[in-house]
Write a protein that binds this ligand. Structure first.
Ligand code: DP6
Length: 359
């Protein structure tokens, strides 16, 4: 390692993902191992993403991180687990132009600075932690020349936040719960790339950008402890639904896709209500959006739009094509004009797309 002062940096951009078959409940809290498989769609990185720059320099005296411009603590076990796992796989790095050579062993003595930005509300049920941890792990892996495939990296991102493992791929992604105690087989795999079903258009109706009252982490812990419906869902319902969803995606069967996506979202929120004390993530506006979509799908005779809601009131609406998306947006703007007496804030429109590396 050269003795003079230098800084080596990598910037990466990672989109968030939205589950169409939800992850809700852990069997191992420390390793973040889920009670069921889940399937998600990765969003267009230009609309909802995290951009992270990671830097290493002999001038740094400790690991530090800034999220949306504010310094945050890295002492929590989720950050520590990701940093440890990545450091243990670091390779040799050479930048001939700058005359920098870092050997495998040097990484143990070097500190990192990390700056991360979300272009969407943090912790408002828009899976900010998914994009955040995926981007952190991806950018560190680039900086440290970690030669692992995305599935192996997904097992590291999973230890930051479960849903993060699915953001290492574009398109449709499955997180396999795995059966090994050490979690090494609890990884994400790509089911279909972003070109496979590129008719789909995703609209996110930002009903509220406030931070949610119950975090996903504590909400799912309470559900695991108290909800009988969660046990039934994990053992009996999701395994069958995963197979059906894989088939629907493979054959681009929008009717089955919609039926499975909406039912699974509704069952996830039913589990939240079955939790003691009950957890309310959706609000009146969310319920009105569901009614609107259900009525529309029924009146058309064949489904046009699928809805799904994560741990918050914001609606993720998946239109079967652009024409439907335009009609949907017109309907939403008519019934829920932003900044009116409804609590609708804004709309974000995008296609599903692939993970992009920015630097
Ligand atoms: C409702 O991945 O945020 O979005 O693993 O505790 O960090 P932790 O939870 P997180 O939970 C996401 C839950 C969900 C469903 C999903 O994305 O599958």
């Amino acid at each position: 390692m050269a003795t003079e002062k230098w800084v080596l940096m990598v910037t990466a951009q990672t989109p968030t993902n939205i589950a169409v078959i939800k992850y809700w409940g852990k069997r191992d809290e420390t390793r973040i191992l889920p009670v069921n498989d889940s399937i998600s769609v990765t969003l267009d990185p230009d609309h909802l993403c995290t951009v992270t720059t990671v830097a290493v320099s002999p001038a740094f005296d400790r690991d530090r991180m800034w999220l949306n411009g504010k310094e945050i603590s890295l002492s929590g076990s989720r950050y520590q687990n990701c940093l440890r796992e990545i450091r243990s796989r670091a390779g040799d790095v050479e930048d001939k132009e700058k005359g920098i050579k870092i050997g495998k062993k040097d990484w143990e003595k070097l500190y990192l600075h990390i700056a991360s930005h979300n272009n969407f509300p943090t912790a408002a049920g828009l899976a900010s932690s998914a994009a955040g941890f995926a981007c952190l792990v991806f950018s560190l892996a680039k900086l440290m020349n970690v030669e692992e495939d995305p599935s192996h990296l997904s097992a590291i991102a999973r230890q930051g936040s479960g849903s993060a493992c699915r953001s290492l791929f574009g398109g449709f992604v499955k997180w396999t719960m795995g059966s090994k105690e050490d979690g090494s087989d609890s990884v994400a795999v790509q089911l279909a790339d972003e070109k496979h079903w590129d008719d789909l258009v995703i609209i996110i109706a930002v009903v509220s950008s406030r931070q949610k009252e119950t975090s996903s982490t504590s909400g799912m812990r309470e559900s695991v402890e108290t909800s009988l419906l969660l046990q039934h869902r994990a053992k009996e319902v999701v395994p069958k639904r995963i197979l059906q969803m894989e088939e629907a995606i493979k054959s681009r069967d929008f009717a089955s896709f919609t039926q499975l996506t909406c039912t699974d979202s509704n069952q996830f929120h039913a589990v939240c209500l079955d939790t003691s004390p009950p957890i309310f993530y959706m609000n009146d506006t969310s319920h009105r959006i569901i009614s609107l979509v259900e009525k529309w799908n029924r009146s058309e005779g064949t489904p046009q739009v699928a809805y799904t809601f994560d741990a918050g009131p914001n609606a993720v609406l998946i239109a079967r094509n652009r024409k439907v998306a335009v009609q949907l947006l017109q309907g939403l703007l008519y019934y829920f004009p932003p900044k009116s007496d409804t609590d609708m804030k804004s709309y974000v429109v995008g296609d599903n797309s692939i993970l992009k590396e920015a630097g």
